[in-house]
Design a binder for this molecule. Sequence first.
Ligand code: ZN
Length: 372
Amino acid sequence: MKFKSIPLFKVFGIQVNLDFSWFVVFFLISFTLAEYFFPANYPGHSFVVYWLVGAVSAVLLFASVLLHELSHSLVALKFGIPVREIDLFIFGGVAMIEEEAPSPKVEFLVAAAGPVCSFLLSFLFFVLAVLYPQDDLLNGIINYLMLVNFALGAFNLVPAFPLDGGRILRAIIWAKKDLLTATKISSWTGTAFAYILMLFGVLSIVQGNLLNAMWYGLLGLFLRNASKISYEQTKLSVILSGYRVEQFMHTVKPILPDETVADFMSYYYPVYKSSTYPVIGADGRIYLFDVSQISSIPQNEWHQIKVYQLSKPVEVFVSPYDSLLKAIKLMNRYQVDELPVIYGNTVLGIIKRDVIESLVERYLMQEKMQES
Ligand code: ZN
């Protein structure tokens, strides 16, 4: 259920995006509030007023979801885990927390921050409702936000990975066992909860409530996929964080400042099968040469053009002591299949995506053989 998203704004360096599916849920919430909740509890207003109040409440609900996600993000940032963006979509929000937590304690704190924020908001609106006991629409909005923030905190505490409660469960198991076992158990509870939701969906069909059936069904499907994907990702992270770049890189001699395209074609190209090559520039800095550029240069000019003149300064690289996990994450972020391996100002080699993928494949094959 993810469509194209609209960038909204940046907060604490985190990009907040609005997914198009949000408009569907915005309409449904406004509709439910304007047609049922407000007219039933606060009668005597016009259709337009109910819709206006419904829409305002729906926006404030999403502001609450955003605060919930921001709480996760800020705790993650505090422990040095990068957070790139927060997406608001049909089922609420997702903070794109880039890495696995370094320890069970951090995992626990990051996961708990969201529900804590929602319960605090609920309590805040409870206090406001006590201070403002008028029986009008403003009181209605306050009451709605109190209920919905409480529900948000409670639902997320269900111990079903990757919901917050499932992450808390994972942190607790992780503290006693290893991360992979913890993820396996908690994503099993996640899948079980997803099937319970789908069962509710079927029961709603029997009762004739098709809208509820659709919600339960979609939410169940979403959670089942999310728990499966999160488990696969964790497995990958655990495998890849156990190896260092130096163990899998190809050692490559950098192209020197005075070497021409002709030199490259005779001494480098036949030896290393890469699509990019590190180059030392005349200024002593490290550049990167993209082999595909050669096709645009007539062969009679190969002797005149220095490779470094065609190259760009290196933007992204790894150290030989970085983990393969860091390498693959950088490759994904910058959409490249190779990264130069640089230590200090020395080029050591190149790490390639297909080598890392073969390693993962070997693991998955071993796992299959153990199962059968
Ligand atoms: Zn959360």
